[in-house]
Design a protein around this ligand. Structure first.
Ligand SMILES: [Zn+2]
Length: 195
């Protein structure tokens, strides 16, 4: 994907979440697709609040991917998939992967184990209307909780891409030196974001 790295190293799994500023923008190539609902209370994470931002951003991203003949993984919120089913269909029809980003954009350390598991199951159900069962996950804000990998295993995920091996006000993954993939558990491959 060399042509897809105009601002930096790109990502081993190209995601659509660029919701981590003030981290330097060069860390992401991808567009900040759900910016309007990032870091606001769950009860305000609505289609009205999104105000058409997501379809426009996805269109732009798909056009760029097509022009570069590249495929990507789209880590999707279940709520956003419900608001914009046609966007999900378009992503899949162009050969890209749908993966899970939660139902709401809630940092997972603010979840209980049960509430996190419920969001995962709900989003899997929603996304499997558009694609074969997703196998990848990225946590909102690249956050972590002790139950993350257990819940992913229980729901038959194959990889996680929540580790961003830097420290920001939102998370600290600096214990990982770089973006080399590793087995988080015997069943879950961790594919960190590039730094
Ligand atoms: Zn996000």
């Amino acid at each position: 994907m060399g042509s897809l790295k105009p601002t930096g190293e790109g990502s081993s799994v190209l995601g659509v979440c660029r919701a981590h500023e003030p981290a330097p923008c060069r860390l992401y190539w991808t567009r900040w697709v759900h910016r309007p609902i990032f870091n606001i209370p769950v009860d305000r994470q609505t289609k009205r609040e999104d105000a058409g931002f997501t379809p426009a951003a996805v269109d732009s991203l798909l056009e760029t991917l097509s022009r570069n003949r590249a495929k990507a993984t789209f880590f999707c919120l279940g709520a956003v998939a419900e608001w914009y089913p046609d966007v999900m269909r378009t992503i899949v029809s162009q050969g890209h992967e749908l993966a899970v980003h939660g139902y709401t954009h809630t940092p997972i350390h603010r979840h209980t184990r049960d509430s996190f598991a419920n969001e995962i199951k709900k989003t899997l159900d929603i996304l499997t209307a558009f694609t074969p069962r997703p196998i990848g996950f990225r946590a909102s804000n690249c956050t972590h909780a002790p139950f993350l990998f257990e819940v992913l295993e229980e729901n038959v995920f194959e990889y996680d891409s929540s580790v961003f091996p830097i420290r920001t006000p939102f998370y600290d993954w600096s214990m990982y030196p770089d973006s080399t993939p590793f087995w988080a558990t015997p069943k879950i491959l961790e594919i960190p974001l590039s730094k």
